[in-house]
Design a binder for this molecule. Structure first.
Ligand SMILES: C[C@](O)(CO)[C@H](O)COP(=O)(O)OP(=O)(O)OC[C@H]1O[C@@H](n2ccc(N)nc2=O)[C@H](O)[C@@H]1O
Ligand SMILES: Nc1ncnc2c1ncn2[C@@H]1O[C@H](COP(=O)(O)OP(=O)(O)OP(=O)(O)O)[C@@H](O)[C@H]1O
Length: 292
């Protein structure tokens, strides 16, 4: 039987991100604590599933080697885990910049796994899907979850939902990419682990609930900004310019970089700033947090 569907898959922002230390059992991974929120910047997946068919996978609209394609890895994982064989064709319309700290690939995979699981009547229980998917990508459990905002711990699989907060951000990404494994290796050389400055989950939750943007600006941080001056000077200069911007209430970097986000005092600033950054050749867009 042939079944087609279209899904849109959101990007995320890490509004706070601290690396706590090496993971005790998952070699090569780190434990982290982050505040993550889904935002209104989307990729689109057009999916065609043909059940009771031999294994067959095609990805259109996005060029990537099959061995690096995490959607293909997710397809293989799903078939192995469920013993269901089917053919899958995906057309991917990419709007989320890659290697940007916006979790685009992880979001594609999260949405695909949910769609496959729904279509085949949930052969993988939701909690297991959430926990096992972390091996395909540490951000995937957050995208599989229904939470729009969460405190994220472990390598990315321990989720504590927090209330969604309506916020509008300007996003800016220069050409510089930050491959996540490289970012972790570089960061390790420059920071003390276990992290002596880690903010507790309880404190993060209290600050989030207090709803005070200036307190968030003062307290929330991203450890990966430490490596910007040497690794990504252009991103660093954008961040510094926004830190000094008289209208910016809060700015920071998402994930392992290199997308910078900024929240402004007045609504009319967003568009003019976006156009200015676009005219400088940067990716720039305006996105809002998703709330329930
Ligand atoms: C930094 C974050 O963007 C924060 O949201 C994510 O944790 C990164 O998630 P991701 O891009 O899905 O990362 P993955 O594809 O799972 O991992 C790529 C590599 O990053 C490193 N990595 C990733 C996540 C983590 N908690 N510890 C790590 O050390 C590992 O070397 C891993 O092999
Ligand atoms: N469907 C996909 N979409 C995007 N990237 C993919 C996909 N499949 C595989 N990749 C590979 O994964 C790499 C990183 O993916 P992506 O850009 O989504 O993550 P990211 O921006 O590093 O996000 P984060 O670090 O926040 O998880 C890409 O450079 C690309 O080579």
């Amino acid at each position: 039987m042939l079944h087609t569907m279209t899904i849109i898959t959101p990007a995320k922002l890490n509004l706070h991100l601290q690396i706590l230390g090496s993971h005790p059992s998952l070699s090569g991974y780190h434990e982290l604590r982050s505040i993550m929120t889904k935002i209104s910047l989307y990729d689109q997946l057009d999916i065609t599933i043909e059940s009771a068919k031999a294994e067959h996978y095609v990805l259109k609209g996005f060029v990537i080697d099959k061995e690096k394609d995490i959607l293909y890895k997710a397809y293989r994982y799903f078939m192995n885990r469920t013993n269901i064989t089917f053919s899958l064709e995906i057309t991917l319309l990419k709007k989320i910049p890659q290697q940007a700290g916006l979790g685009g690939g992880s979001s594609n995979v999260g949405s695909l796994l949910i769609a496959l699981n729904n279509y085949f009547n949930n052969p993988i229980p939701a909690t297991i899907l959430c926990s096992e998917s972390k091996i395909l990508g540490a951000d995937i459990p957050f995208f599989i979850s229904s939470h729009n905002a969460a405190i994220v711990e472990g390598i990315g699989e321990i989720l504590t939902p927090i209330p969604g907060k309506k916020m509008k951000f300007l996003l800016i990404k220069p050409e510089e990419d930050m491959p996540t494994p490289y970012a972790f290796t570089t960061l390790r050389k420059q920071m003390q682990l276990p992290n002596p400055h880690a903010i507790t989950k309880h404190a993060l939750s209290n600050i989030w609930s207090a709803n005070d943007i200036s307190q968030m600006q003062r307290t929330f941080s991203n450890d990966f900004t430490i490596i910007l001056p040497t690794q990504h000077p252009e991103t660093y200069s954008i961040l510094n310019a926004l830190r000094k911007h008289p209208e910016a209430l809060w700015c920071g970097m998402s994930g392992s970089g290199t997308t910078i986000f900024a929240l402004f005092k007045s609504d009319h600033i967003y568009e003019s700033e976006m156009l200015q950054y676009q005219s400088m050749g940067y990716f720039s867009t305006i996105a809002e947090t998703l709330i329930d």
